[in-house]
Write a protein that binds this ligand. Structure first.
Ligand code: TYD
Length: 210
């Protein structure tokens, strides 16, 4: 199974990815956890370019193609081989991030971005995508607290975007999920990590994935 986690900054993707990996490993699966941007060797370089707070002059088109390059390389060299070897892949962000951030966030056309993503992933879409939904104020507060505690100000380019941008991201995820109900499930992520994880497990059960 190829499962991706999506949502705005501070929605708790990283924690849920860890809990899911632990759960599936306990149940005997061989699990690969990975993320975008930065899940391949080339991607690590691209991640540095994309998340550099000083890179304010990157155009939205250039940004788009860097994310797509990251994804193309990630799918071809990491994700597809892992799935081919029978492993389960849990990925923190994937094509839906491009559709939501570059589309609903930056104003490009979502359906067109979906086509470009399809080209980048060579037709490999997740079996299931979980969107962790929080209101923008909560998400930004959590992301800020995390950055202060980990001292990671170098990855704060997107978090510096204003509340209006993050509101568009949240709404964008909800709109896109509603258009893709067969693949994308929305989970309320305002509770504790444990309650959110329980809600994710319920979705997996409902969809016959556990
Ligand atoms: P990251 O530090 O991974 O953020 P998070 O912990 O919230 O996942 O940074 C990834 C940033 O890149 C995040 O702000 C979303 C953005 N992004 C896009 O704009 N488009 C994309 O296709 C992807 C994968 C990420």
């Amino acid at each position: 199974m190829f499962l991706t986690l999506e949502g705005m900054e501070g929605c708790g993707k990283t924690t849920q990815q860890r809990l899911l990996a632990e759960y599936f490993i306990r149940h005997g699966h061989d699990v690969l956890t990975t993320r975008e941007p930065g899940g391949s060797r080339l991607g690590a370089e691209l991640r540095r370019l994309l998340l550099d707070p000083a890179a304010t002059d990157i155009t939205r088109e250039a940004e788009l193609f860097l994310y797509l390059a990251d994804r193309a390389q990630h799918v071809a060299t990491v994700i597809r081989p892992a799935l081919g070897a029978g492993r389960m892949v849990l990925c923190d962000r994937f094509a839906d991030s491009t559709i939501v951030y570059q589309g609903y966030g930056r104003g490009m056309i979502p359906a067109r971005l979906a086509e470009l993503c399809d080209l980048a992933v060579a037709g490999l879409w997740p079996d299931l995508t979980i969107v962790l939904d929080v209101d923008p104020e909560t998400g930004l507060r959590r992301a800020l607290a995390r950055n202060l505690s980990t001292g990671a100000p170098d990855e704060s380019r997107f978090e510096a975007e204003d509340l209006a941008f993050h509101t568009r991201i949240r709404e964008g995820y909800l709109t896109w999920a509603a258009l893709n109900r067969a693949r994308i499930a929305v989970v309320d992520a305002t509770g504790t990590p444990e309650t959110v994880f329980d809600a994710i497990l319920r979705v997996l059960e409902e969809r016959g994935r556990v």
